[in-house]
Design a protein around this ligand. Structure first.
Ligand SMILES: O=C(O)CCC(=O)C(=O)O
Length: 444
């Protein structure tokens, strides 16, 4: 049947209002204290959701099985019912299992957006369910993880309700940590294990030039127009990431420890055994920064969603003024986070946009080859990796790649507070010399 939609008015005539938590008002002593806290949790979660069942719109085409559509309707009824309980928990899990199977069938780009939306609804129902009653810190963290899964794997629903909900939940978790009410993230007193990495000596003839706070016009004339790399000094000293909240492993754990993010696992993305997984930032820190598990290998948090997921981190940085020399709006600038232990390598590759790579924590060794050297860096032949060189820059196989030895390059060690301008399509190789956190801005 065509247009088998679940219409908003298919909900019961009398629109029910979210009630969970409200029945628990009491005026007696300790009990009151406990229950008012519970009411607070519930009312905060409620603010992210439509206040009536009728306003909670579910609309799908016939690409979504009728039986699943009924389950979604049932979940909605349960959510607006007298108590949010085990039944909603089970129903949301069935929805999630159904959708998960569809999300993992075939290639990702062919997954129907509606199925991704169904997955997001499943996450929403499950997260709300986890916040019922008086949720423990663990339950709130599980709810945050559930929202993140929806944000990463699902598609936006109800004006990005999962983002609104997760912002609320994260504030609640953080508040509780500050109140010391059952620590969720133990500030790590454990020392970051330091690797012994080799720091290359930079030859003066190859060193990337440095300039301190150039005027916009000076940057445009001397570097942007001729497409010459340069290190800008003194242009990000005002970032709160250096002043108010010095970025560190502990700080990251506090503001984002319970957020789930994609992590790259493997020494470099060109390796056979390289893969991606989803971990919370705290799990990432324990496994790959503190190395609490033997044999965990190398992990790298390299992604563009972190700053959308964690607004606090976004508030700690600023888009460099020089980006205004581009033609696009600020909203079109892609901001990537690069967080990983010493020794993390990004193989030699090129990107289709201009780049400001800003170093916040630790140092990185960087090699640059201009676009004219493309032949001498031997790009991979496959379409997927055509922007990546086959050469291991610091240990090249010159039998296979003889011309690489003759390719002129520039190099630098980028330290905290410095910003490297990498012109569009310039080949760049990056190796972290310390535990490192950088932010890159891709602009056109
Ligand atoms: O810092 C890194 O590991 C890689 C940075 C990079 O490739 C970029 O910003 O485009």
């Amino acid at each position: 049947m065509k247009n088998d939609l679940i219409h908003p008015n298919s909900s019961p005539k009398k629109s029910r209002v979210l009630t969970f938590g409200r029945r628990d008002r009491s005026s007696s002593g300790k009990l009151h204290e406990k229950k008012s806290k519970m009411a607070q949790v519930c009312s905060e979660v409620r603010t992210a959701l439509p206040s009536t069942e009728a306003e909670f719109v579910l609309r799908f085409s016939d690409r979504i099985d009728r039986s699943l559509a009924s389950l979604l309707e049932q979940a909605r009824v349960l959510m607006y019912g007298e108590t949010v309980g085990a039944q909603l928990s089970q129903t949301s899990q069935v929805i999630l299992d159904f959708a998960w199977e569809r999300l993992n069938t075939g290639t990702w780009r062919d997954v129907d957006k509606e199925w991704r939306q169904v997955y997001s609804y499943g996450c929403l129902f499950k997260a709300v369910c986890l916040c019922r009653g008086e949720p423990s810190q663990d339950a709130l963290q599980e709810a945050i993880k559930t929202c993140d899964m929806g944000l990463l794997m699902g598609a936006a629903i109800m004006d990005n309700v999962l983002q609104r909900l997760v912002d609320i939940l994260q504030k609640m978790v953080k508040k509780r940590v500050l109140e010391n009410e059952g620590p969720c993230e133990v500030h790590s007193a454990k020392k970051v294990r330091t690797e012994c990495v080799c720091v290359p000596e930079i030859s003066p003839t190859r060193a990337v030039p440095r300039v301190r706070c150039p005027a916009l016009e000076c940057f445009r004339t001397n570097y942007l127009i001729p497409q010459k790399p340069v290190i800008l000094e003194g242009v990000i000293d005002h970032w709160p990431a250096f002043r108010e909240h010095q970025w560190s492993v502990g700080y990251l754990r506090t503001v984002a420890g319970c957020r789930t993010v994609p992590v790259e696992v493997g020494s470099r993305y060109t390796d056979e055994e390289w893969s991606q997984t989803l971990l919370t930032i705290s799990e990432f820190i324990d496994r790959y920064i503190l190395r609490q598990e033997e044999g965990a290998g190398v992990g790298y948090l390299a992604q563009h969603q972190l700053f959308d997921q964690v607004p606090e981190l976004m508030q700690d940085i600023r888009i460099p003024d020089y980006c205004c020399l581009g033609e696009e709006d600020e909203d079109d600038i892609t901001i990537n986070a690069w967080f990983g232990p010493a020794g993390t390598v990004s193989p030699l590759h090129q990107d289709p946009q201009q780049n400001f790579l800003a170093q916040v924590v630790g140092r990185k060794y960087i090699r640059l080859y201009s676009q004219e050297e493309t032949e001498r860096v031997y790009p991979h032949q496959s379409r997927l990796l055509h922007n990546t060189s086959q050469v291991e820059v610091e240990n090249p196989d010159l039998q296979r790649f003889p011309a690489f030895a003759d390719a002129p390059y520039q190099e630098c060690v980028l330290g905290p507070g410095e910003v490297l301008f990498i012109p569009v399509k310039h080949w760049h190789y990056v190796r972290a010399l310390d535990l490192s956190f950088s932010v890159s801005f891709w602009w056109s």
